[in-house]
Design a binder for this molecule. Sequence first.
Ligand SMILES: Cc1cc2nc3c(=O)[nH]c(=O)nc-3n(C[C@H](O)[C@H](O)[C@H](O)COP(=O)(O)OP(=O)(O)OC[C@H]3O[C@@H](n4cnc5c(N)ncnc54)[C@H](O)[C@@H]3O)c2cc1C
Length: 478
Amino acid sequence: MTTLEHSSKIIIVGSGVFGISTALWLARSGYSDVTILDMQDTAATGYDPLSGTDSASADLNKIIRFSYGSEIEYQRLASEAAQLWDDWNREIAATPADELPESLREGDRKLWWNVGLLRMSCESEFGAFEIETLENMEREGIREFQFRSDDDADIARAKQRGWAHKLDPCRRQKRLGTHKAVLDSTAGFVYAYKSCAWAQYLAKKAGVKTTLDSVRGKVIDITSRDSRPVVHTADGSEHIADLVVVAGGGWTPSLIPEVQGLLETTAGSVANIQIPMDDPDLWGRFAPENQPVISWGSHQGKEVYSLPRDENGIFKIGWRKTKWTNFEDVRGRRVSVPRTAHVTEKKETRVPIDALNGIKEYIAINFPELVSLGISSTRLCWYTDSIDNSFVVDFVPGCPGVAVCSGGSGHGFKFLPILGREVVKILEGKGSQTVYGQMWRWRSSSESKRNGLEEGEEGPRVLSKQAMASEADWKFTN
Ligand SMILES: Cc1cc2nc3c(=O)[nH]c(=O)nc-3n(C[C@H](O)[C@H](O)[C@H](O)COP(=O)(O)OP(=O)(O)OC[C@H]3O[C@@H](n4cnc5c(N)ncnc54)[C@H](O)[C@@H]3O)c2cc1C
């Protein structure tokens, strides 16, 4: 472990949620020599996936939920993050437009939207998981913010609080004669790229330095000299530091071989539908004011979600039933690595046909009015999964001065404003004294079930084993 001083030279690899939040909190905690290296110029692109940035954090929008079932520690951290998301909304509103990151100067200048999350059953009854979730919420004293679509008292409370119009946005009861759903009025979404751009702006304001460049910012190796970590970048430079924090998202397992077995790179599947601006009915119905975030058939074998249309009319739908792997040779090892639209050598903009069909089924059943529009684009979004879906933030055994900060496992974004606070405590060596330090410590699992990581290249989720959807599949056939 490294003993940190406020003047220590700290390098962070990666400017996504995990890297930027860490940098921000280090700088705000008094560390004066913090530099972020990234192989993508996230300052120039503003993390906008449509401008060619490929990372889990560089996305249009992400779901924010504060209910975590029985995982109380994540629920508490998410609630603390909620206060900071509110603060960020207020700070942005109070900042002159010309001082803001470009994506926040025009259009929606609000990051966090409390539009509700409708957990919709795909059957005529609730699944066991939903019932358990509601019981947990009752115990935690937060049940009053949940509205069941089939409970008169809940419907009356939803009406009183202005949420009733979001209880059945798919008009399922009228069209299908059945609708079982619970609206969580505490949840919503954030504009992901705008949030990261804002966090980067705050980090720079706090003194964080950045090298965001496909050559000078690209880390190709991390070695050690005199017990100090040395970062090698693609321009041939060496950067000797006191501490290196690797927050490389889906690229982390290829940079740090030691994480193999603890972290694995996988991809979620996403599709977009372009809502036409010149159709006032659709434009209005899919706006955040009228459309909640929806999850459909969660723990019932469907695992689809959608978010309200964004300011440009993009309606995003995600399928999380299967997370794909992609094994390639990385310096003599077989490692699952991202295969993205822009950054990686082998490019990929398609998703597997199974995922696209799952998304099309969701649309056809729940939003038949969108069928004639068809899908307008698809994307694989690469994460790092850990063996137990909890983050991994700790020093790497046998690598002096090197820490890993990753393992978002598909739920890390909501913690952007607060994550770094806990990471700094771990980097300062206080991890064993904190709840999150213990949860996110370096660990292994002797059990045979390890969140799919045990499957490896032999498993069924390997991308090369899938039939991929082509543009011709974007149309719906009746
Ligand atoms: C499909 C999908 C849906 C999700 N939905 C949600 C959600 O609704 N709510 C939620 O809370 N979370 C969600 N998440 C999870 C969340 O997006 C992630 O936990 C989080 O964004 C991970 O951030 P990161 O910093 O670890 O990685 P990334 O955002 O991937 O950032 C990694 C950065 O490291 C850089 N990098 C990598 N290698 C190198 C190198 N060698 N040299 C220099 N730079 C390097 C990359 O360029 C990149 O900028 C979702 C994730 C996915 C994929």
